[in-house]
Design a protein around this ligand. Structure first.
Ligand SMILES: [Zn+2]
Length: 481
């Protein structure tokens, strides 16, 4: 401190107006420091799903009121059947209290079979999206009607995730995916994927204070503080915190005791999960409230809801980047690109290489193949291919799985690499093999990624991960405004 002060005094001290200059310098320093320390946003969400035990309704009411009393907004992701039973049980008080917060959607029946990943396992992108919409739209509309708002986000029951849901959700008017899972993720922060803003797979930034004493609260607070420090030092970021109203009042999950491992039973056979004692439930509410108070007290921490997220993240429309730069990027590997001005998914880059207007398009439905054997493609033939690809994309709002070169084909990645080569070095059109890089951001072990006690034993839907990897063309980091 002394050394620095001495040095400053030495060069500032010779100035005739040294005090005002010193003040200006200090102000500038503070301005730079505060600008470089980003805001840490906390999205606090509650999967509100237990429609079996009415005591869970009171738990949701208590949480909503506690948060309201300290001026914090949470996001309550509601199951369709939960909304319906609240209405049937005459719980206008609960509906009203939750309605002061952000409302999301958490599937129609949650754990009643067949659950989403089971239904979508063998379906392609388009028929899967139709089927997801057919099964989920009714519950979505019930939540919207009962709470009087369009749900701001969706998140799958358990880890019953599927890539086809993205297309269906966009059609239903949902633009935020809020949950936790390991099927896809990048950088432990939100991403754009499948045309949605994904809060998913946040690793060390998925934080909560444990309810059952495996870790003292102080340890959760320490992890929270360290995460805030790290995010603030890196321009800001998001912490995701999830609780379930039901876990405040039960020692076991309502669905695990009724629907484990693909079990089915009639409504009359449903059993109640084991309840906590009143004192124990109070202890759980106190831990949640202490966590919220702790987070709220830290400078630079702001609570946000699912409906705030699209406002705090930059618009996903990609910046225009020189085609040569994009072509060189694809020559190194097919992946998203982060530039000073913004981020481009591999699909965004391909559209710019094709000189198409920027818009969101889905990834291909299948893995295409290359059977074009020659080392080069005649200009007239490649021109026709490019024209056809542009027409396909603009008609279907989707990338083709493979493209025709006369009667032969190039896989999408080989076409992209060949096009990039041609843009970077005009001349004879040389066929190149595309090196897809974005697939590394997807899980490879389906059994582990879909491990949930409600899925049938050994459930491992490799097809869903394969389809997800194809949608990796749409993946890119989400950037705070
Ligand atoms: Zn759930």
């Amino acid at each position: 401190m002394c050394t620095l002060k001495g040095r400053c005094r030495r060069w500032l001290g010779e100035m005739p107006i040294r005090f005002s200059l010193r003040s200006v310098a200090l102000l500038l320093l503070f301005a730079i420091l505060s600008r470089s320390r980003g805001i840490t946003y906390v999205v606090l969400w509650f999967d509100t799903e237990d429609y079996i035990d009415p005591i869970a309704d009171d738990a949701a009411l208590r949480i909503a009121n506690d948060l309201t009393s300290v001026g914090v907004h949470g996001t309550f992701k509601i199951v369709g059947e939960k909304a319906r039973v609240l209405e049937q049980r005459g719980r206008a008080d609960v509906i009203q209290a939750l309605g002061r917060h952000c409302i999301g959607y958490h599937s129609d029946w949650h754990s009643v079979q067949p659950v989403p990943a089971l239904v979508l396992q063998h379906l392609g992108l388009l028929e899967g999206a139709d089927e997801f919409e057919r099964r989920q739209k009714g519950g979505f509309e019930d939540v919207a009607r009962i709470f009087g708002v369009t749900p701001a986000c969706y998140g799958q029951p358990g880890v019953s995730w599927a890539p086809q849901s993205n297309l269906a959700l966009r059609r239903m008017g949902v633009h935020v995916y809020l949950d936790e899972g390991t099927q896809v993720g990048y950088g432990d922060q939100p991403i754009w994927f499948g045309g949605l803003l994904y809060v998913f797979n946040l690793g060390p930034y998925q934080i909560r204070a444990d309810l059952d004493g495996h870790e003292p609260e102080s340890e959760a607070f320490r992890r929270f503080d360290a995460a805030v420090q790290h995010l603030a030092d890196n321009g800001g970021g998001l912490i995701s915190t999830v609780y379930h109203p039901t876990e405040m009042v039960h020692t076991e999950f309502w669905d695990a005791v009724n629907f484990a491992h693909g079990d089915v039973r009639s409504r009359e056979q449903w059993v109640l999960p084991h309840r906590r004692t009143k004192d124990d439930a109070e202890r759980c509410f106190r831990i949640l409230n202490a966590y919220v108070e702790h987070a709220k007290a830290i400078p630079g921490v702001e609570f946000v809801t699912a409906s705030d997220l699209p406002r705090i993240y930059a618009n996903p429309i990609p910046p225009a980047v020189s085609r040569t730069e994009l072509a060189r990027h694809f020559q190194r590997g097919i992946n998203f690109l982060s530039t000073r001005a913004g981020d481009l998914s591999a699909a965004d880059i391909l559209l710019q290489l094709l000189q198409l207007p920027a818009e969101y398009v889905d990834g291909p439905t299948q893995r295409g193949t290359t059977n074009y054997a020659g080392p080069t493609i005649p200009d007239y033939l490649f021109d026709a291919t490019v024209k056809d690809v542009c027409s396909f994309i603009q008609t279907n709002r989707r990338l083709p799985s493979e493209v025709f070169v006369g009667s032969k084909t190039l896989s999408l990645e080989d076409f992209a690499a060949t096009l990039a080569e041609h843009v970077a070095s005009p001349g004879p059109i040389r066929v190149k093999r595309g090196k897809v890089e974005f697939e590394k951001y997807f899980a490879t072990d389906a059994r582990r990624a879909f491990n949930w006690p409600i899925h049938p034993e050994g459930f491992a839907p490799e097809e869903l991960l394969a389809l997800a990897r194809l949608q990796g063309w749409t993946l890119k980091p989400a950037r705070l405004r």
